[in-house]
Design a protein around this ligand. Structure first.
Ligand code: HEM
Length: 466
């Protein structure tokens, strides 16, 4: 296999032990310096191809997007998604395409009009009120979690919660446990005999998924009972109506693919996929802003010209906030909250360059490496939002090596919602607060946790009213 190297003897664990202590994206980046951008690694018996630079990632995701559009069907993903009925975990086939289309349509329907603006404003205001009452430095994670959870609760179920509400506390503890406790995933995926007597980790994961879906089910049943086509309250209404419309239009064979279980998984996808990504991006944004005082003062200047001191956060403000948007791009580049994207899988025999990649191969896309490639970014580790602006101060065309939402057939379904809301949330924070680190504290930009998402170490920051 030309420049693909088999970098490990196949053993029961394959390369798994090498990923203990060092996040997988970082280890792969390190190995790629020796073995080249396309490598084969073994996660136990699972053979994976890891792609480690912009050219090979884009070849897979864009040029050959149909070949690489599958999702690996591991033991745990099938178990946790009701037999792969979810969009995020489902493989690439006709039923999956149908559900992705329905979800995209429902999200677009929900975000048309001013619902997202109102949700965002309400969620942000709740947190601003609490933060205004706190004079000492705080860990922003709790408050960013409240913003993210409230936006997703609002988008999905037309609900928001206060910081001390038992529903918020319950969800926060579930999502925080996911962040900190599951490393690179359950061992059952790579050591099949363990499935007969599941590990504590696997049992806990199943329990937490059940806990989340038990809560979502209450909302979904209530929405089905009160659904009205004339009054769309949220994404759940939109997807239930899209399901109804599709049932009326489609033939019987297709209808049988739009089950209530699929719709329940889709709602779980939208709710779950948006929370960690949004709150972690905000955590990193606050850490970078608090550590680079020259940047917040430029944002303040821009925000003060565009946003009124109070009132709804209009999506149209975003067009007038290029510097704030560039800051967000730079935060997303450096933080790379989903460093290896979600694993893909080839749906046919294909190639990357001269390298054969057989059907059914798991593919890891190292977005973190793309974002930290010194050949693509000058002064690669420096926090420089200006790199995303042109000479007039407007946003320059997106660099090929910036890909936090991935690309192609499996591109993040929430990309446009996330981009709009994150710029405005950042602007909304800056409209109200000057953000800084406590005196004498040095920032630490190392991430903690496993390899799926990058979480900043807990830190304190000051929020002083402007
Ligand atoms: C900072 C914000 C976000 C980032 C960085 C992000 C990033 C990603 C990435 C890297 C993927 C994997 C794409 C692939 O497989 O190649 C993904 C998938 C997905 N995201 Fe996001 N995401 C964000 C916010 C959101 C939000 C707010 C939603 C929902 C409204 C969402 C919904 C989804 C869904 C449903 C998928 C699965 C798509 C599929 O498998 O076809 N994401 N996201």
């Amino acid at each position: 296999m030309c420049y693909v190297r088999i970098i490990s003897v196949i053993s029961l664990l394959g390369n798994v032990l090498s990923f203990r202590g060092t996040p997988m994206y970082q280890k792969l980046a390190e190995w790629s310096k020796t073995y080249g951008p396309v490598m084969t690694v073994y996660l136990g018996p699972i053979r994976c191809v890891a792609l480690n630079n912009t050219e090979v990632v884009l070849e897979a995701l864009v040029k050959k997007q149909a070949d690489f559009a599958g999702r690996p069907q591991t033991y745990s993903t099938k178990l946790l998604s009701d037999g792969a009925k979810s969009i995020a975990l489902g493989d690439y086939h006709a039923t999956w395409r149908l559900h992705r289309k329905l979800a995209t349509k429902a999200l677009r329907l929900y975000t048309s009009g001013n619902r997202l603006e109102l949700r965002m404003t309400e969620s942000l205001n709740k947190v601003v009120e609490v933060l205004k009452g706190i004079k000492e430095p705080v860990n922003p994670h709790l408050y960013n979690s409240l913003v993210a959870l409230n936006i997703l609760f609002g988008v999905c179920f037309d609900q928001t919660y206060a910081v001390d509400d038992p529903m918020f506390k319950n969800m926060l503890s579930i999502f925080d446990e996911f962040l900190t406790s599951f490393g690179n995933g359950p061992l059952e995926d790579i050591i099949p005999p363990l499935r007969l007597c599941p590990t504590k980790q696997m049992k806990r994961m199943i329990q937490l998924f059940d806990d989340i879906f038990n809560i979502l089910d209450i909302f979904i049943v209530e929405h089905r009972n009160t659904l009205s086509p004339d009054h769309i309250r949220d994404f759940t209404d939109s997807i239930l109506l899209a399901q109804k419309a599709a049932m009326e239009e489609l033939d019987e064979a297709t209808m049988s693919k739009i089950t209530d279980d699929h719709v329940r998984q889709t709602i779980g996808d939208i709710f779950g996929a948006g929370i960690d990504t949004t709150r972690l991006t905000l955590d990193w944004a606050i850490l970078y802003l608090a550590s680079h005082p020259e940047v917040p003062s430029k944002i303040h200047k821009e925000v003060d010209q565009v946003l009124p001191k109070s009132g709804t956060m209009l999506l149209s403000y975003r067009n007038h906030l290029p510097y704030t948007e560039a800051v967000l791009h730079e935060v997303m580049r450096l933080s790379s909250v989903v460093p290896l994207s979600l694993p893909h899988c080839t749906i046919c025999d294909t190639k990357i360059g001269d390298n054969d990649v057989p059907q059914g191969t798991m593919v890891l896309l190292n977005l973190w490496m793309m974002h930290h490639d010194p050949d693509k970014w000058t002064d690669v580790e420096a926090f420089k939002p200006e790199r995303f602006l042109d000479e007039t101060g407007a946003m320059a065309p997106k660099p090929d090596s910036w890909l936090p939402f991935s690309a192609g057939r499996r591109v993040c379904l929430g990309e446009s919602v996330a981009k709009q809301e994150l710029v405005l949330l950042l602007a909304g924070y800056m409209r109200q607060f000057k953000i800084s680190l406590p005196d004498g504290v040095k920032p630490d930009f190392e991430a903690i946790g496993g390899g799926f998402v990058r979480t900043p170490k807990p830190f304190q920051s000051r929020f002083c009213g402007t």
